[in-house]
Ligand binder design. Sequence first.
Ligand code: AMP
Length: 549
Amino acid sequence: MKGLMMQKQLLISSLIEHADRHHGDTQIVSRRVEGDIHRYTFRDCHRRARQLASALTRLGVKPSERIGTLAWNGYRHLELYYGVAGMGAIVHTINPRLHEDQVAYIANHAEDQYIFFDLTFLPLIKAIAGRCNGVKAFIAMTDQARMPKDAGIDNLLCYEDLLQQGSAGYAWPVFDEDAASTLCYTSGTTGNPKGVLYSHRSSVLHTYAAALPDALNCSAHDVILPVVPMFHINAWGLPYIACMVGAKLVFPGPALDGASLFELLEAEQVTLSAGVPTVWQGLLGHLEKTGRQFSSMKRSIIGGATCPPSMLHTFEQTYGVAVLHVWGMTELSPIGTVGALKARHLEMSPAERHVVQSKQGRAVFGVDMKIVDADGMELPWDGATSGELLVRGPWVVRDYFRNETNSSPLLEHAGQGWFPTGDVATIDVDGFMQITDRSKDVIKSGGEWIGSIELETIAMGHPAVSQAACIAARHAKWDERPLLIVVRKPQATLTREELLAFYEGKIAKWWTPDDVIFVDTIALGATGKIQKNRLREQFGDHLLVKVAG
Ligand code: AMP
């Protein structure tokens, strides 16, 4: 027998509708690329998102077509989040920090029909326009007065002009909640970037769960500033959460340095912010230098890489800001675990509490997790035994978008599909997960991925290189940086500088390895593969030693 409750579809448009109806005058504040501060309300955002959806419909955009964005955190990007998904098309947020070849690859793989971009990214658009023949037009997210002159792009449109052609009388269509809403490519896998395609249902369920008190704990009292980019997993869902709970939103645009962030946090009386540890390092450095204190910040959500215990301590003890350590992945929409304390932890001393809070946290409702050994046997939750972390849930990826490998990323385990995260972790008796290592070989520098294989392939292309392996070495500022281990060909002379110069122009500059270590041999494992775990054990601290020395 079925229940007798209404079958209302969980759609992203309902979030902005709710925000308009119940929190219509709540503000959205954006630092724009132009440098000034823009201010409007959820009601304004809803009206413009409908205008945008109407304008896109007139342009001929059909449900399920992909619409790319290359943009910072700002109100126009938010309008795209709601306008594009709300009409049934798919918002494809592209990471502008990737090399232009990867951006072109991603836009083509996704078959983007239109690409919206902030003016900052005009050079990138110029570089890829000729290679993205499927894109019908590039739309500069600005007004007519600031449109680039003589940009040399044939099909260039102006965002504000486009919006004027749409009608605010547009009514959101109702469709199947399983329809795709948003596409985000992750480079956190080996090989080409892979597309994770969220649905309306998965996004709305994730929003409910992520807003809960023991998750990100958001309410209408909050002023939220997502430092984490909207091109990286929907800014961890905060643009949706803010609409669900009616929190004021503050967008920092491109100004992510400590001084600019602090100025905005104070000016808008922000209570909650979220970002990767590197960003917080910049902000804390600025506070230390200037001797300033926060007047409104209550909580800082730190994730994407391990939150150093010293950062947790400084936030809490020096600035009175509570830290929430979160773990997640693009493949998890992204929230998996949050380091929210249980009642019994509250009696602990600060030092004991910090040990618990430094872990990646416990699963939010909706995410099942377990750790397994190399044979797939489940391991105990004793806080000491580590194994590969597997997850499943309604906002966990089932397959990658247009997956060309013909094999599902999921592992069949105990009769169920589980997603192997590539993280190695322990889980304690309280269910607090702690990442101890990564089985995947990609490098995470300042919250952004660097593909080790690409760096190795380039090194191997050098005539003097016989073998090359690139590993993630721990780094004081960026968490991890690429370190190249190289065997020279017999009799070949090759210096560190010559090899690093060989990378110029072939990759984004920040991908260049920090150092090269020349060795006589690199040991191979049983399957003939380089054992990167062994290399990490051997050279993982090389860059720390260098800095210290
Ligand atoms: P992404 O899909 O780019 O968000 O990257 C996800 C990966 O980042 C995870 O699989 C982890 O390896 C890493 N990660 C995310 N959050 C944390 C965290 N709090 N601590 C350590 N690593 C993290």
